[in-house]
Design a binder for this molecule. Structure first.
Ligand SMILES: C=C(O[C@@H]1C=C(C(=O)O)C=C[C@H]1O)C(=O)O
Length: 173
């Protein structure tokens, strides 16, 4: 199957609301978060730049898949600087299988930067090996801000999501 054209996924890529909420609705509630890893690491250079972090500074890096109907629809990587874990988002330290979005979207003053979009090769090293695929994958990235604290969230829309979206578009004509 060819990767979806931008026009076919644009509404999902540019939606500023909670992706968790959208996927729960799309899957009629058959949704779960699977935490792949969560550890203190030096972020990638482009992530450090997006967060204005110093070169050797550590951040809490969380990687999950968002599963709908037990299928991995999205791979998400969040980079949370230590300073962000001291403020109103300090409970993110203890995040496990709960959705990060379910927590941060509770805050009415949550801000979000404009999205950066990319079409990644399905075997791009950014995607964990077990999630890599033949088809290219659309990805988006944005910075959340709350009380001058930031965290960077990247999401890659995988093939099971694309198959569902293509069927949805065909059914809606
Ligand atoms: C930011 C959101 O949280 C989602 C859940 C994540 C997690 O649990 O680690 C990470 C990114 C998002 O896909 C959202 O729902 O919009």
């Amino acid at each position: 199957m060819l990767p979806l054209r931008l026009a076919q996924v644009r509404s999902w890529l540019l939606d500023e609301g909670s992706l968790t909420s959208s996927l729960i609705a799309a899957s009629n509630g058959d949704f779960e978060v699977c935490r792949l890893q969560q550890s203190w690491r030096i972020p990638m250079p482009s992530e450090r730049r997006a967060l204005n972090m110093a070169t050797r500074q550590l951040a809490l890096v969380r990687e999950v898949t968002l599963l709908c109907h037990q299928q991995p629809w999205v791979f998400a990587r969040s980079v949370i600087p230590a300073a962000t874990l001291d403020g109103p988002l300090r409970h993110l330290r203890r995040l496990n299988q709960q959705s990060l979005g379910a927590l941060i979207f509770r805050h009415p003053k949550l801000g979000r930067s404009p999205f950066q979009l990319a079409l990644l090769a399905g075997n791009h090293t950014y995607i964990p090996a077990q999630l890599q695929q033949r088809e290219s994958a659309w990805a988006r990235r944005s910075c959340f801000r709350l009380h001058n604290k930031s965290l960077l969230v990247s999401e890659v829309f995988l093939q099971p999501f694309c198959r569902w979206q293509q069927q949805s578009l065909q059914q809606s004509g």
